[in-house]
Design a protein around this ligand. Structure first.
Ligand SMILES: NCCCC[C@H](NC(=O)CCCN)C(=O)O
Length: 412
């Protein structure tokens, strides 16, 4: 084994032992977040916990409320000379929950993975003499993945500037380096009608609930004509107030998903469904597309292969089930990040076969059994970062693949 390979192996061991040593405080971090679920942009307690966590660790510079009220940044620099270029490696922490069912997507564990990977990488690097590059480890706390897209706001605000590569990992029912993550456009539809006594003079009213029901049915009919990989799903958020009052106001929220943002026809077709329901019922309609559009994930197979190799060395059993590997896994604002900086978003098993966004998954994300798997994923991420830092050609390859992938998608 060459001296370089030996050093890499030794540092990877250091990552593992540091994360194991920090096991108890990392577990409390995710437990605290799990037991107090907070919605998008309101994750104040989680923000404060994470800021406190990094402030209590040696050497981290911590910026609380970084660009968004509930976002933060923690960074640490090592090696090289001050004037040298820095290789800046980012780990992301998510920590928002879902309404009514808490941490059913396990974002408390995403926060733990990000924190653990950063601690592990720092511990390995600070013991290394003669690093080939100056390195910055950056942790970004990114709010509002489940609603709004905090990473997209943060990209707009320049929070990711200077990063060379970015890592996060998402809890799931299996280990997978990649699951199809699609583009998403969210839209709110508001119908304004006119109230009237529903038994005495219904002809005086304009029924906004009828508009909402027609809208819902129009979308269900549209579904027949959609490409197999499009998804449209919605809810009626307001459906009226009392059976004897003709509903004067109704509101729906729809998520429209396509393989990539380029598949715009679904938006046009959906908009016709919304507007025609208003016309049929004589209601006024407002169609509000969300501020942020979620991108699909731009894959980086160099990063995926490195993560997979490290994961396998740690005992991960990556799924080969084609049904799982081809099935859409939803959307993420990390997709937008991958069009700006090369990154990976692997999935990790948490010791349960429960499905995300179910009450069973909430229980699993808070169960002590998830800890081994969560920390294993953090180790694999930090080890992948080490591969890039100790072998600059690999980082070059990651960046080259990123540029080529963007060109193929016409995003350069
Ligand atoms: N409409 C806001 C975004 C919803 C994102 C949500 N994300 C996840 O479930 C994480 C899955 C990662 N593949 C979704 O509904 O897809």
């Amino acid at each position: 084994m060459s001296g370089e390979a030996e050093l890499l192996l030794e540092l990877k061991h250091r990552v593992g032992s540091c994360i194991d040593e920090a096991e108890s405080k990392l577990h409390s971090l995710s437990q605290d977040i799990w037991s107090c679920p907070e919605l998008a942009y309101e994750e104040r307690k989680a923000h404060d916990k994470l800021v406190k966590f990094f402030s209590q660790e040696d050497g981290w510079r911590v910026d609380s409320h970084f660009k968004l009220e509930t976002a933060f940044r923690a960074s640490w620099v090592v090696g090289g000379r001050e004037q040298e270029d820095v290789v800046n490696v980012g780990f992301l922490c998510e920590y928002d929950a879902l309404p009514t069912i808490g941490h059913a997507c396990g974002h408390n564990l995403i926060a733990e993975v990000g924190a653990a990977a950063a601690l592990g990488l720092k511990a390995a690097l600070e013991t290394t003499k003669g690093l080939p590059v100056r390195v910055q480890v950056t942790v970004l706390g990114t709010p509002a993945e489940e609603h709004g897209g905090g990473k997209i706001d943060m990209l707009r605000e320049g929070a990711f500037e200077g990063l060379d590569v970015v890592f996060m990992a998402h809890p799931s029912k299996e280990d997978a380096v990649y699951l199809p993550c699609v583009a998403e456009h969210d839209v709110t539809i508001k119908y304004q009608g006119k109230a009237s006594h529903a038994a005495s003079y219904p002809w005086e009213g304009i029924n906004a609930l009828d508009a909402a029901v027609l809208c819902y049915n129009n979308m269900s009919v549209l579904r027949q004509q959609m490409k197999p990989d499009w998804r449209v799903h919605g809810i009626i958020k307001h459906g009226g107030v009392k059976p004897n009052i003709i509903p004067a106001y109704t509101e729906l929220e729809y998520y429209l998903r396509t393989l990539s943002c380029k598949d715009l026809p679904v938006l046009k077709k959906a908009e016709r469904c919304f507007r025609s329901a208003a016309m049929a019922t004589s209601c006024e309609v407002e169609v509000e597309f969300a501020r942020n559009t979620f991108d699909n994930i731009l894959r980086n197979t160099t990063l995926e292969e490195l993560y997979q190799r490290n994961g396998k060395a740690l005992g991960m059993d990556f799924t080969i089930d084609e049904d799982v590997l081809k099935n859409e896994s939803g959307s993420t604002d990390f997709g937008n990040v991958t069009f700006v900086i090369p990154g990976i978003h692997p999935y990790f098993y948490i010791g349960s076969k429960a499905l995300n966004h179910t009450e069973e998954y909430t229980v699993a994300a808070g169960d002590a059994r998830a800890q081994f798997f969560t920390l294993r994923s953090a180790k694999a991420l930090a080890m992948t970062a080490l591969d890039l830092l100790l072998c600059p050609e690999l980082l070059q390859r990651v960046k080259q693949e990123f540029t080529e992938a963007k060109r193929k998608e016409n995003r350069i």
